[in-house]
Design a protein. Structure first.
Length: 178
């Protein structure tokens, strides 16, 4: 036992798969332009917010004993530890920007500071996008303008009728005075 040397290797963690709605994402298309292993950012549509990510550490000394931890910044505050599972599942995430951080422990159980990161951006549906909110605002302003214009026109017509009645009354008084 005294001659056994502990593993000093720091295994790198690689993301090996990215599935959306239980379907592997095709490469050279949206949202993956290249293999997920070489991708640092994934842009998803609002209806692609349920996905799973597979990963592995390249260690050859008891790989089944390798421990992993992950945290999805923007969702999780604490690290989640995995003993044997090398797949993470996320379901119905809200639109926003997330950072997935994955790290591993060496053979001595010491957590390494080196992390693998993947930036995930889930875009909102059109009806919740900034452009849609701008259109909603313009629509509200247009409705307010139309209502104010109609109110102003009604007041103007009412005042015209009052003036006409006032003038008729004045003419009647002048006629009576003669």
């Amino acid at each position: 036992p005294n001659t056994v040397v502990s593993d000093q290797q720091m295994p790198n963690v690689y993301i090996t798969s990215f599935q959306v709605n239980n379907q592997e994402l095709p490469i050279n298309g949206a949202p993956l332009q290249r293999a997920v292993t070489y991708t640092d950012t994934v842009l998803l549509k609002y209806d692609q917010s349920s996905f799973s990510i597979g990963f592995a550490a390249l260690t050859y000394i008891a790989p089944e004993m390798t421990q992993y931890a992950y945290r999805l910044d923007g969702l999780d505050k604490d690290w989640t530890w995995l003993k044997t599972n090398r797949r993470i599942y996320f379901t119905d995430l809200s639109p926003g920007t997330y950072t997935l951080r994955i790290r591993t422990a060496d053979s001595n159980g010491q957590w390494l500071k080196k992390e693998t990161t993947l930036f995930i951006k889930i875009s909102p549906p059109f009806w919740l996008s900034p452009l849609a909110y701008m259109l909603y605002g313009l629509l509200v302003l247009a409705i307010i303008y139309v209502l104010a214009a109609q109110y102003h026109n009604r007041i103007k017509e009412k005042n015209k009728r009052r003036i006409a009645l006032f003038e008729q009354e004045k003419e009647k008084e002048i006629y009576r005075a003669r």
